[in-house]
Design a protein around this ligand. Sequence first.
Ligand code: GLN
Length: 287
Amino acid sequence: MATASAQRIIQEGIARLQAVGMGHVRHEVEWLLSRLVGARPLELYLRDAPIPTPTVERFFSQIDARAAGIPLQYLLGEAEFFGERFAVSPGVFIPRPETEVIVDAALGFLRERERRLGRPLQLLDLGTGTGCIAVTLARALPTCVVVGVEVSWVALRAARQNVHRHGLSARIRLVQGRWGAPLRGGFDGLIANPPSVPSGQVDHLPLDVRREPRVSLDGGPDGMRELASLMEQAPRLVRGGGVVAFECGEDEVSELVRAASAASWVEAVAPIRDLSNRPRGALIHLR
Ligand code: GLN
């Protein structure tokens, strides 16, 4: 490459990703370069100065990693959730827009619940990952206290970083453990995005999804193993009148709704749908 202008290396980056069959890559490529250069994506095109060689080399090594299926968010070291930035690294599940729908549905109920009870809510985020759910809840409900439980120490480190970054260390407590095992009850709400992909489908997920921790994806033979275990723990953890919001795959929603309707502690259950009306989880009200 004669001169390493931003324009030129962006073109080359796009070409390398397209060569492995990826589409709509301009945005990703601009993001990677702008992060390395420390400029906003549009500013890249206005620069006259050539990009320094070490930056060009780092850029292409990231492009090649992306071409090999490493998720963009792992290369950037962060992901966006509810308009906020969250640190993420390999070994940690990447926040998804689908989860925003679940948190939003839970918040609709929790705001009202807080008003009615007239005291700060105590909330529980099981399998906290980056901590994106816990942080979003704590930002939206400025007096609530959230406990985040996470089994993976790598994820717990990311969660700790994110809680700190958002200045919420006083209201979010992070605990290492498996689901509700380390906890006593008394929570007003439980929100979780447990693994719910049937084991046999995990190996057929897109390449970049398979770079995420399997433990965050694999929900056992029928995808329901962890959801069933959480359903068993929910009535011990959550107070009467409280709410449980679970995210799961479209195929698992009907099974979850069926199981909840049959449970003695459930007052009402409704599927949570996204903007295109696809079921993404369920909102379960406790008696
Ligand atoms: N709670 C985290 C999230 O929703 C992690 C979920 C998971 O690992 N399945 O992003």
